[in-house]
Design a protein around this ligand. Structure first.
Ligand code: GDP
Length: 312
């Protein structure tokens, strides 16, 4: 439709059957809704397009589709919808029978791939909070197998699907979204390099660059991410923002809770230090380091003899 101005921002589509959890995911990750409140969400029955202008370089849209879309319906303009799409997140309810979802996944991927072969296909095996660890692994294996077999049967062997086990009741949904968003950031390699340089020149053990609003991490250094460290850093952001909201605003209520002076050090009783520093209006660097690498001023030590520079 020529009347619609072109929008070249990377776009994430959120799709899946009705009640699979799409609206809940969007509300929890991007609108700070608490997971329990999602119990009262009305089911999605129209396309909800929401802009997430979370950072200067991540600008994306989430299109929350109602479960049953008829791709052959003339009102469904797949060229426009898939054409400018960076990633398609397909949500499957793992607590329910997922056979129908797999059929929809296949139809959706086939259709989207024809329109735009550059789309990243991301499958969220969702609501896994109700599953035992063994059951989770088995479900993921089964869904992976069936989905890739179905694609091969449709002649689409080359299409790559990525799978994530997610739940809104823990940090897995934020982790999964972080990975999805990172694939859409062209500068990711550079950011990772810079974080590697930072940690090799300081006593920092792990560094994340966070989007403060959504708690998605935009980049991290190349050492492996363990879920616990990520959760600690997410919790730290919540604490800093909450304390700033209560005590940090000016008397007239002006100002924002997060600004260029935002920084914080939290010392845990197991010898770990959490360090947060504002990078820009949307981004924060959140680091984990050991207490003994921390100098008396309470700033992370830049290279010192005790750290990683050896005196000859
Ligand atoms: P939509 O129709 O795909 O948008 O689905 P909704 O977001 O309305 O979610 C349907 C139901 O699933 C709601 O009652 C949610 O509370 C529930 N739900 C969503 N995500 C999760 C999850 O991770 N775990 C569990 N146990 N329930 C979830």
């Amino acid at each position: 439709n020529g009347a619609v101005p072109p929008d070249n921002r990377p776009r994430i589509l959120l799709m899946g059957l009705r009640r699979s959890g799409k609206s809940s995911i969007q509300k929890v990750v991007f609108h700070k809704m608490s997971p329990n409140e999602t119990l009262f969400l009305e089911s999605t029955n129209k396309v909800v397009k929401s802009d997430v202008n979370s950072t200067s370089f991540v600008q994306f849209q989430i299109w929350d589709f109602p479960g049953q879309i008829d791709f052959f319906d003339s009102t469904f303009d797949s060229e426009t919808i898939f054409g400018g799409c960076g990633a398609l997140v397909f949500v499957i309810d793992a607590q329910d029978d997922y056979m129908e979802a797999l059929v929809r996944l296949n139809v959706t991927v086939s259709r989207a791939f024809k329109v735009n072969p550059n789309i990243k296909f991301e499958v969220f095996i969702h609501k896994v909070d109700g599953l035992s660890d063994d059951h989770k692994i088995e479900t993921q294996r089964d869904i992976h197998q069936r989905a890739t077999d179905d694609l091969a049967d449709s002649g689409l062997d080359g299409v790559h699907l990525s799978f994530y086990l997610t739940s809104i009741y823990d940090h897995s949904i934020f982790e999964a979204f972080s990975k999805v968003v990172q694939k859409l950031i062209p500068q990711l390699g550079t950011l990772e390099n810079l974080l590697d340089i930072l940690i090799s020149n300081s006593c920092i053990e792990k560094a994340f660059l966070f989007d403060v609003d959504s708690k998605i991490y935009i980049a991290t250094d190349s050492s492996p991410v363990d879920m616990q460290s990520y959760e600690l850093c997410c919790d730290m952001i919540d604490v800093v923002i909450d304390v700033s909201c209560i005590y940090g605003l000016k008397e007239d209520g002006e100002g924002t809770a997060y600004d260029s002076e935002s920084s914080s050090v939290i010392r845990l009783n197991n010898g770990t230090i959490l360090y947060l520093k504002e990078v820009n209006r949307h981004l924060a660097l959140v680091c984990i380091l050991r207490e003994d690498s921390f100098d008396r001023q309470g700033e992370p030590t830049v290279p010192t003899n005790s750290c990683n520079l050896r005196t000859p």
